[in-house]
Design a protein around this ligand. Structure first.
Ligand code: HSE
Length: 436
């Protein structure tokens, strides 16, 4: 049968991996797909490098538009990343009737609603398994495998760089800055690691997962995003003493009043499987009402794992290319005219548990004053740890874990505690999820 002809935009790490895996496993893949899949054209601004990877097996150009307009190409793989240029190319590919496979979570999180509308109008597929958690088939699982369920919540370690940093901080007792330097030296973190360490990359990914879990539009602009730059080694240690591990989680949860959509460092019980996902690995926990909790684990980045997801999408395109568009799995899992309007809740209205580290005078009545403030704000204490003051110091650390409460109550209580003369420093607030 005639090969599916692919135009590849960007032959960096993931593009090179896709070229390699597609070549290496060509027979196995075409046995599954029913026809060969061939990258016939490659566009990259670095044509020297592209020619080295391709070694004469595809036409190389530095002009992406030549690919998206080429009538001999069936599918465009977009692996150049970023928003502006990638968006132009993708919309142009769609306008030219090409199916598109992409790993670009930033583009989908910000402009996915527009891109999917354009694709629907043209009847083409936009597939994005590689956009979330690299090689883990979490999009497939959520859109298809769990289709019977009302999804209740998702909690994911969906950024490998920050998971590596937190794992190293915990195992070596090192500071954030020192471990970030190691992550950059190892090539895990980008030279500009902002998107990773500030939680933005995880925010893009959880926005995509929330859309396909709950049938809502892509809502990254309403997500609460907090990274790991302020995490101190001491809090990792105290959390450990109390039976918790700190992970950067992307969380999406359905509440009666709306959807919680948030990324932040989170204490989770050490005994949970997901708490033991270390280094650059990713894991996503999904709670469905019928199936219960399911956990997906694997490599969230890297050439071959991400290529694995890109090629899975290509095979889906082969299988669906001749079907009526209305018979395909909807882009965002739900029929487009059934997308919900539930609001994304502000972080102040989020309901979770808290870890609070207080620095206070070590004298009678101080703890009573603190617990009174908490009670006045409807906050119930779950556990407490008081550390001995250091030699020669008059203040001690008190760590409080709360039961679930509304965040604005906690912020009000913190303001009252910080106003007390016996409090010596700003209160450290971290959120805690039991994931039971
Ligand atoms: N920078 C991401 C991570 C990989 O560290 O997980 C690409 O999504």
């Amino acid at each position: 049968m005639k090969p599916l002809r692919i135009g590849l935009l960007g032959i960096g790490t993931v593009g090179g991996g896709t070229f390699d895996v597609l070549t290496r496993n060509a027979d196995e893949i075409s046995r599954r797909a029913g026809r060969p899949i061939t990258i016939t054209h490659v566009a990259d601004k670095n044509t020297t490098l592209a020619n080295q990877v391709v070694a004469g097996r595809a036409v190389v150009t530095d002009d992406g538009f030549a690919i998206v307009r080429n009538p001999d190409i069936d599918v465009v793989i977009e692996l150049i990343g970023g928003y502006s240029f990638a968006k132009q190319l993708m919309l142009e590919a769609i306008a030219n009737g090409k199916h598109v496979v992409t790993a670009n979570k930033a583009l989908l999180a910000l402009h996915g609603n527009e891109i999917f509308a354009a694709a629907r109008a043209k009847g083409v597929i936009v597939a994005f398994e590689a956009a979330v958690a690299g090689g883990i088939p979490i999009i497939k699982a959520l859109r298809e495998g769990l289709v019977a369920n009302r999804i209740e919540w998702i909690a994911g370690i969906i950024n490998g760089t920050t998971n590596f940093i937190l794992s190293e901080m915990r195992s070596k007792g090192a500071s954030f800055a020192d471990v970030l330097a190691v992550a950059q030296a190892k090539g895990y973190a980008e030279a500009d690691p902002t998107f990773d360490i500030e939680g933005i990359d995880a925010g893009h990914k959880i926005s995509i997962l929330a859309a396909i879990a709950f049938g809502i539009p892509l809502s990254f602009d309403q997500a609460y995003v907090e990274g790991i730059t302020k995490i101190e080694a001491i809090d990792i240690r105290y959390a450990e003493e109390m039976g918790y591990r700190i992970k950067l989680l992307g969380i999406a949860r359905r509440r009666e009043t709306g959807i919680e959509l948030r990324v932040h460092p989170t204490l989770i019980p050490t005994k949970r499987l997901i708490a033991n996902v270390e280094g650059v690995m990713n894991a996503v926990l999904v709670k469905g009402d019928a199936v219960g909790a399911t956990l997906y684990y694997g490599a969230g980045a890297g050439a071959s794992p991400t290529a694995s997801a890109v090629i899975a999408d290509l095979v889906d395109v082969v299988r669906l290319i001749d079907t009526d568009a209305s018979h395909r799995v909807p882009y965002l899992a739900f029929q487009h005219d059934k997308i919900g309007t539930e609001p994304v809740l502000s972080i102040d209205d989020v309901e979770t548990s808290y870890y609070l580290r207080l620095r206070v005078d070590d004298k009678p009545g101080v703890l009573a004053d603190i617990t009174r403030v908490l009670a006045d704000n409807h906050i119930s204490i779950d556990a407490m740890l008081q550390k001995e003051p250091e030699e020669g110091e008059a203040q001690a650390d008190i760590i409080l874990l709360t039961h679930e409460t509304i965040e604005k109550n906690v912020k009000r209580a913190i303001a009252a505690i910080e106003a007390q003369p016996t409090t010596g420093a700003k209160v450290v607030l971290l959120r805690l999820e039991n994931l039971a």
